[in-house]
Ligand binder design. Structure first.
Ligand code: BG6
Ligand code: MG
Length: 220
């Protein structure tokens, strides 16, 4: 049994990929840099500046540090505008019901996200005050695959990593969990990641895992 579950946000609790894509795409088009959905999928779980570096691999020229800051700020402005379209309708029944079930069973729930917009997103979808801890891009210095964001979340909860389950859709997040001493459940892109303790297709599978009714994947 786990005493807490630490959830990644983007791609786990809700889906912001397409907003990230649209915002980076506008910036890249204006700069004349090629960018597509497959490059976008490499940005999963990666910090804003590290994402920009991946996009700039296709640039025709080099950019100064100040120019990079400006490009990242431009993207974030567009992205934040798009986030204003989000509402409680973006919270799926499956996610809402599972979170409630865990809380009712006395399991603590936390967020462990690389995003500096995590709190805005949680407010938009109406679940900001459901969480016992929020660790996000605002309180870390090293992005996933570094375990810092999850270690800080466990610290806020006052629990050891071994008492917490991390839920992730990015390989970088599964690596971060593994290196931080956490068990993890991989879903979406990270379903089938062999460093994950469990693989899940549907969110509600977490209830059985957390309440100790389901076995781990093979050796990890
Ligand atoms: C992660 C996303 O949650 O947050 C990444 O998966 C994103 O794609 C990262 O780059 C940083 O987000 P933000 O909101 O701080 O620009
Ligand atoms: Mg994610």
């Amino acid at each position: 049994n786990y005493q807490a579950v630490i959830f990644d946000l983007d791609g786990v609790i809700c889906h912001t990929d397409n907003y990230h894509y649209q915002a980076w795409k506008q910036m890249a088009d204006r700069e004349g840099i090629y960018f597509d959905e497959s490059i976008n999928s490499r940005l999963r779980g990666v910090s804003r500046m590290a994402s920009l570096e991946i996009i700039l691999e296709r640039a025709q020229r080099t950019y100064t540090a100040a120019e990079k800051e400006a490009l990242a700020a431009e993207k974030n402005e567009i992205y934040r505008q798009l986030l204003m379209n989000m509402s409680p309708a973006d919270l799926s029944q499956d996610v809402a019901a599972t979170l409630r079930q865990l809380k009712d069973a006395g399991v603590k729930i936390a967020i462990g996200s690389s995003s500096r917009n995590a709190k805005t997103i949680l407010r938009q979808i109406g679940i900001f005050d459901w969480f016992d801890a929020i660790s996000d891009g605002e309180n870390i210095t090293r992005s996933k695959p570094d375990p810092e964001v999850f270690v800080k979340a466990a610290g806020i909860l006052g629990l050891a990593p071994s008492a917490c389950l991390v839920v992730e859709d990015a390989d970088a997040g599964i690596r971060a969990a593994h290196d931080g001493g956490f068990h993890s459940a991989g879903m979406g892109d990270a379903c089938g990641n062999d460093e994950a303790t469990y693989s899940i297709i549907a969110f509600h599978e977490l209830s059985d895992i957390v309440l100790g009714k389901r076995m781990q994947n093979g050796p990890v």
